[in-house]
Ligand binder design. Structure first.
Ligand code: AMP
Length: 283
C-alpha cells in the first residue's frame, strides 16, 4: 500500500493503470476509520483491481461553527487499518493541495440538498459535491462506494452523477452498527459515557417506528410520535429533526403512500454538543 499526498501524482498513476485495463474502485472518507468505513473497503475490494481510499477532512463542508478543527485526524492508525483491509493507495491531500490559492469553483446540486441535513447545515452539500467531484476527477474510479449511514449524501451524489454525466457507478453499502445498534461514526468518540450509553436510543427509536410501519401503521404523525416519545426517556440526547421523506428527500405529509420511504433523524447531545445522524429505509 502506498500513501500519496499529491492529487496530481495519484491521477498520473491511475491514468497508467486504466490504460492497462485495470478496474479502479474508490472509497472516499474523512478518516478516523472504523468498521463502517472498512465495510465499504471490503465491498469495493470484491470487484476492482486497484482500490483507492481517500482521507480528507474537507473544510468546505464544515460551517464555521462546526467541528473542523476538532475532527479526529489519525492517519497512522488509518493506514494500518486500510492496509489490513486491502487498500492499494491512500490519497491523503492537504487542504492546500485540494484548494490552492485562487481556487474558485464549486458544484451545487439544488433541491435535494436543501432539505434534511441541508436545512440544518446550509452549504454543507455544496462542500460535499465539490470535493466528491474533484476526488472523482483525481481518482477516475469505475465505481465508488458510499454508506447508507449518510443516506441523503448518497442520494445527492447519485443526483450529481446523473445530472452531470459523471462516468462513475455509485454503490451504497449498509450501515454498520455497534452491538447496541448505534451507527458507527467518527464522531462517536466525542460522546461522554452517559451520552454514549443513551445514544442507543437513536437506532432503537428508528427500529421501533419501522416495526410499527411493518405492522401496518401508515400515519406519519403516529410513526414520528413513537420516536419523539422514545427520546423522552433520555436526558442527554435530543432530536434536531426527524422526518419521513421519499428518496428525493421530499417530506411525506400525512400518510405513507410512496413506494420508498426514508426515515431520517439528526440528534444533538447536551454536554458535548455532538451531532449524530442515522436513518432506516421503511420500504
Ligand atoms: P465519513 O468519513 O464520515 O465522511 O464517511 C465516509 C464514508 O463512510 C461515507 O460514505 C459514509 O456514509 C460511510 N460510513 C460512515 N459511517 C458508516 C457506517 N457506520 N456504516 C457504513 N458506512 C459508513
Amino acid at each position: 500500500m502506498q500513501t500519496i499526498h499529491s492529487p496530481k501524482e495519484l491521477q498520473n498513476i491511475i491514468i497508467k493503470e486504466r490504460s492497462n485495463g485495470k478496474r479502479i474502485g474508490f472509497v472516499p472518507t474523512m478518516g478516523a476509520l472504523h468498521e463502517g468505513h472498512i465495510s465499504l473497503v471490503r465491498e469495493a475490494r470484491k470487484s476492482c483491481d486497484i482500490l483507492v481510499l481517500s482521507i480528507f477532512v474537507n473544510p468546505l463542508q464544515f460551517a464555521p461553527s462546526e467541528d473542523l478543527d476538532q475532527y479526529p485526524r489519525t492517519l497512522d492508525e488509518d493506514s494500518r487499518l486500510a492496509q489490513e483491509a486491502g487498500v492499494d493507495f491512500i490519497l491523503a491531500p492537504s487542504p492546500n493541495d485540494m484548494y490552492p490559492n485562487g481556487y474558485d469553483s464549486t458544484v451545487s446540486c439544488g433541491g435535494i440538498t436543501e432539505r434534511l441535513e441541508g436545512e440544518s447545515r446550509p452549504g454543507h452539500f455544496d462542500g460535499v459535491t465539490t470535493v466528491v467531484l474533484k476526488l472523482f476527477n483525481i481518482v477516475q474510479p469505475h465505481f465508488a462506494v458510499f454508506g447508507q449511514k449518510d443516506a441523503q449524501q448518497s442520494l445527492v451524489i447519485r443526483r450529481m452523477v446523473e445530472d452531470l454525466n459523471v462516468p462513475v457507478e455509485v454503490i451504497v453499502a449498509p450501515t454498520v452498527r455497534e452491538n447496541d445498534g448505534l451507527a458507527m461514526s467518527s464522531r462517536n468518540r466525542y460522546l461522554t459515557k452517559t451520552e454514549r450509553d443513551e445514544a442507543a436510543v437513536i437506532s432503537e427509536a428508528l427500529h421501533e417506528s419501522q416495526i410499527l410501519f411493518k405492522n401496518g401503521e401508515e400515519s406519519v404523525a403516529v410513526l414520528l410520535k413513537k420516536i419523539n416519545d422514545k427520546f423522552d426517556t433520555v436526558s442527554t440526547i435530543s432530536i434536531e429533526y426527524v422526518a419521513l421523506t421519499d428518496l428525493f428527500c421530499n417530506p411525506i405529509k400525512e400518510t405513507i403512500e410512496t413506494d420508498e420511504v426514508l426515515l431520517s433523524i439528526a440528534c444533538r447531545t447536551g454536554e458535548g454538543n455532538t451531532r449524530l445522524i442515522d436513518n432506516v429505509l421503511l420500504k
